[in-house]
Design a protein around this ligand. Structure first.
Ligand code: NAD
Length: 257
């Protein structure tokens, strides 16, 4: 399937899943717009590298997804937005009585409210061009819960609700809106947690991965950023034109338990 001539905007895409999705969409022929809140030479180099490797046009746009105006400016600065992937996200883990209000506010803003703003800003252009694909990167925590992740679970359940609503609002148009719900994915963020967890539980790397991180992932394997990119590419294809307002789990069986 070719996405040649389409432009994909991926929020939070200077690392991890967002970067992997951008690389897979570029391989499928889409021009890509990378984003995060920083504005470093490395950020811009990531876009240049994708353009070099795939021949598509790629650029990096700084915008802070915790700020409403930045979310809307990202869509304007992108120049075009046929595919919108709302991926930017952060996490904080604490029991409810100790959960810092600032962390709650930041998680709701970045993981949920940013998608409201980017979708609102992008949808008029999608209508005008007669094609639109909105893909929200939710989580297995958009469908199930874990203790101590109140803000994250609330935001991810919220984005699943937003996905259903936009799916209905655009149901009779050539626009779809879906959420992908990954289980654990071995991004730099997750990799960085392994050494500390090995110390905490006095376990080998292998045991930490299988018995702690992947405890609830029946496949006992991480999902990969390539698999997530491929799932986004499928949702952009004609085969997925009637897939809307729903969730696709990429979680090794987590939500079947
Ligand atoms: P990551 O930390 O590697 O990526 C997060 C991205 O969001 C980064 O590019 C970061 O710069 C960006 N970001 C953070 N704050 C931002 C802000 N204010 N404005 C703009 N960008 C901002 O983590 P990841 O694992 O790749 O996570 C990406 C998404 O996937 C998140 O929404 C996360 O909740 C979701 N997810 C991850 C996993 C996993 O196991 N890694 C599982 C389920 C869902």
């Amino acid at each position: 399937m070719s996405l040649a001539g389409k432009t994909a905007v991926i929020t939070g895409s200077n690392s991890g899943i967002g970067l992997g999705v951008a690389q897979e969409l570029a391989k499928a022929g889409a021009n890509v717009v990378l984003n995060s809140y920083t504005d470093t030479a490395e950020d811009h180099a990531l876009a240049a590298e994708i353009a070099d490797k795939t021949g598509v046009s790629a650029k990096y746009v700084q915008a802070d997804m915790s700020k409403a105006d930045d979310c809307r400016r990202l869509i304007a600065d992108a120049g075009a937005c046929d595919v919108l992937v709302n991926n930017a996200g952060i996490q904080h883990v604490a029991p409810i009585q100790d959960f810092p209000t600032g962390k709650w506010d930041a998680i709701i803003a970045i993981n949920l409210t940013s998608a409201f703003h980017t979708i609102a800003a992008a949808i008029t252009g999608m209508r005008a061009q007669g094609y639109g694909r909105i893909v929200n990167i939710a989580s297995a925590h958009g469908l199930t819960a874990s203790p101590y992740k109140s803000a994250y679970v609330a935001a991810k359940h919220g984005i699943v609700g937003l996905t259903k609503t936009i799916g209905l609002e655009t149901a009779q148009e050539p626009i779809t809106c879906n959420a992908i719900c990954p289980g654990y994915v071995l991004t730099p963020l997750v990799e960085a947690q392994i050494p500390d967890t090995m110390k905490e539980y006095d376990m080998s790397r292998e045991d930490v991965i299988k018995n702690v991180m992947l405890e609830r992932q029946p496949s006992k394997e991480f999902a990969t950023v390539e698999q997530l990119g491929g799932t986004v590419a499928f949702l952009c294809s004609d085969a997925a034109a009637q897939v809307t307002g729903t969730t696709i789990s990429v979680d090794g069986g987590w939500t079947a338990l």
